[in-house]
Ligand binder design. Structure first.
Ligand code: SF4
Ligand code: SF4
Length: 171
């Protein structure tokens, strides 16, 4: 009989412990710091009390400067090849074609008004070889080659997808 009551006691303690942990998470979630900006002192405390994450709208905070994936805003790339030459492991491949004088207008300018003089049919980064040293980003004269958190690309894809779905619905 004593074993019977001991089992009941163990069961009750186990349930109470489990509920205690659940309640702790529940109250922590109520005190979440929300969308603190990167300069906010609470930035890295946003994960406190995290239960679910509405990804990609919500993300676990990452440092402002990190060794993220490389991203080239090709509209601003002038095809100078400095990044390719600076890369210590030769993982950037660029092919350029000089623009004929008549086609300069079509080739366009960078966002800071610099005339582009090369077509760039190939701009490839072998991410399997890239050691994320970031040297290529420091030599880029137009600052179009940057390291950017992957989530930004995902967010953009997500918004594009949402727009497409909305357009389909409205048509
Ligand atoms: S981060 Fe370093 S290794 Fe990667 S492409 Fe740039 S220079 Fe090359
Ligand atoms: S250094 Fe910058 S502008 Fe020059 S080719 Fe590389 S990404 Fe383009």
């Amino acid at each position: 009989m004593s074993e019977y009551f001991r089992n009941i006691k163990t069961g009750a303690v186990t349930v109470a412990t489990g509920l205690g942990i659940t309640l702790k998470h529940f109250f922590n979630a109520l005190n979440r710091k929300g969308d603190a900006g990167v300069d906010d002192v609470d930035y890295f405390r946003q994960v406190d009390g995290l239960v679910t994450l509405q990804y990609p709208r919500e993300v676990i905070p990452t440092p402002k400067i990190g060794r993220y994936r490389l991203y080239n805003n090709i509209e601003d790339c002038i095809g100078c090849g400095q990044c390719e030459r600076a890369c210590p492991v030769s993982c950037i491949t660029i092919e350029t074609i000089k623009v004929a004088p008549d086609d300069l207008v079509v080739c366009g300018k960078t966002s800071d008004g610099q005339q582009k003089k090369f077509w760039i049919p190939v701009f490839d980064i072998d991410v399997a070889k890239c050691m994320t040293c970031g040297i290529c980003t420091t030599v880029c004269p137009t600052e179009c080659l940057v390291r950017r958190p992957k989530r930004k690309e995902k967010l953009r894809r997500h918004s594009r997808q949402l727009k497409k779905t909305e357009n389909k619905r409205n048509s």
